[in-house]
Design a protein around this ligand. Structure first.
Ligand SMILES: [Zn+2]
Length: 484
């Protein structure tokens, strides 16, 4: 929209000059005959200039109207996707990093060429824990390990810059204890915290809600800041609430956190002893209403995040979703048998779906049987990435470190300054620049653009208006609900 506006104001400037010439000329009309002729010529000339200027203004108005029209078409029609991809093709070329003397220099070269998009960071929840959600009493340019708990504080601006972070999905997370209670209010407060700190540091962050927005922010030297809602409990089984979170800028929702919701099972349902616990696996994946939630997310253009959910929920969502899915912070189950990770059969389905698994750095998810080591290391995270690459291909893997959300991380990946070290490790293992760009952000951007395209194609559909049947909610909590 900027370009047509500039064009219009330039044309306006020309028009003003022509009018000024015309006014000056008419004041000298009757001086002498020769002067008269000259003045007549000047008058005609001025009139001609005026006509030309008017035509120019008319053309400018047509250009503005046409461009507005095409923008409107682009938000509801698939033609926009083509133009988006065109503008994405340049200058996003694979860089020539042959000048780099070390693997770390080469890693820097790659991460300067394309944004590293991390799928999950829990800094917003640290604001709640350590600062009562106050943003203006916290200096994000300082080392927060000195004021917050050093074990769970991995993020500040100098570290993110050193780590070449290009864009971040900030987690709008509130604990499962709020399920059936005040999860919506608490989640809105976390969303507010994200918007507050993004606004407080405009030279560092730029709030974005589109795939192209990530690339534009990166071009401007900013860390594109997006919001992911971590857990279906945050919408309280309400599609209206889901839609309002989208309106406020949320661009993915994790279908569950580590608790069931009335329409989907979480990953604990897969653990061997879970049947003995109070809740147990309830829905064998998604309920009919859960399927509606997935379709409504597709219609909105909100990414479906399958980290934290049960295997059956993953399979149901992959069957239902019309858009590629993400796993914002999960690793490979076969390499480390933790049920928060993604099993091989699901990885294969994810390839068919075109989604992306963004590998988590939490040492409990990357260092366990059958590859348990005494000390969890960066090398194991590289193993997870290579495991997924070797099983389903380099197009389906990304980074979702889970910084500030976990109490321990591997040696070598201590905080948000260490991403280049991981890329240097992969370079050592023979990864080329193009594949490193895919891991960094190309895969996620591809998925995001495709989800936007699906949303455009579903744009003609009205919002789903189903209401979650009350009887499916947790009966113990029904006294807390308003009865209408
Ligand atoms: Zn999580």
């Amino acid at each position: 929209m900027d370009d047509p506006a500039v064009y219009y104001s330039n044309t306006g400037g020309e028009k003003q000059d022509a009018t000024a010439v015309s006014v000056r000329s008419t004041t000298e009309l009757f001086a002498s005959d020769s002067q008269k002729k000259m003045n007549t010529r000047v008058v005609y000339g001025s009139l001609a200039a005026l006509v030309i200027a008017l035509i120019a203004v008319l053309i400018a108005l047509i250009v503005v109207a046409t461009s507005k029209n095409s923008n409107e078409t682009s938000s509801s029609g698939s033609s926009a996707q083509g133009s988006c991809e065109d503008s994405n093709s340049y200058p996003w070329v694979v860089p020539d990093c042959s000048y780099a003397k070390t693997n770390l220099e080469k890693a820097h070269c790659v991460l300067d060429s394309y944004p590293l998009v991390d799928g999950h960071n829990d800094l917003p929840y640290r604001y709640r824990m350590f600062a009562n959600n106050s943003v203006y009493n916290v200096d994000l340019t300082s080392d927060l390990r000195l004021t917050w708990d050093p074990n769970v504080s991995h993020t500040d601006i100098p570290k993110m810059r050193k780590g070449k972070l290009g864009a971040q999905f900030w987690a709008d997370y509130v604990p499962c204890a709020s399920n059936y209670k005040d999860a919506v209010r608490l989640s809105l407060e976390q969303l507010d915290v994200i918007k507050k700190y993004v606004a407080r540091y405009p030279e560092t962050f730029e709030f974005v809600t589109t795939a192209q927005g990530i690339l534009d922010a990166f071009k401007d030297g900013k860390i594109g800041s997006l919001i992911g809602l971590e857990g279906g409990h945050s919408i309280d089984s309400s599609l209206g609430t889901l839609r309002m979170f989208y309106t406020l800028g949320v661009r993915y929702m994790t279908v569950t956190h580590s608790c069931n919701v009335p329409w989907a099972d979480n990953w604990l349902a897969d653990t061997p002893d879970y049947n003995e616990t109070l809740e147990g696996p309830k829905h064998d994946g998604l309920t009919a209403f859960g399927e509606k939630v997935i379709l409504e997310m597709n219609r909105l253009g909100m990414l479906v995040d399958l980290s934290h959910v049960a295997k059956a929920t993953m399979e149901d969502a992959l069957r239902i979703s019309k858009a590629p899915v993400i796993y914002s912070h999960s690793s490979a189950f076969e390499y480390c048998n933790h049920y928060r990770n993604v099993q091989d059969s699901v990885l294969r389905l994810t390839k068919e779906n075109g989604g992306v698994v963004m590998v988590n750095f939490y040492d409990k998810y990357i260092n366990c049987e059958p590859n348990l080591k005494d000390t969890p290391t960066l090398s194991q995270v590289a193993d997870h990435i290579e495991y997924i690459k070797n099983l389903i291909g380099v197009d389906y893997v990304g980074i979702g470190a889970d910084y500030d959300g976990v109490p321990s991380v591997p040696v070598g990946l201590e905080d948000t300054s260490t991403y280049p070290a991981l890329f240097a490790e992969l370079i050592k293992r023979g990864w080329n620049e193009e594949n490193l760009q895919k891991l960094a952000g190309r895969n996620l951007i591809r998925v995001f653009k495709q989800a936007e395209k699906v949303s455009d194609e579903m744009g003609h559909l009205p919002p789903y208006e189903d209401i979650q049947p009350q009887k499916v909610s947790n009966p113990d909590d029904l006294p807390c609900r308003t009865d209408f």
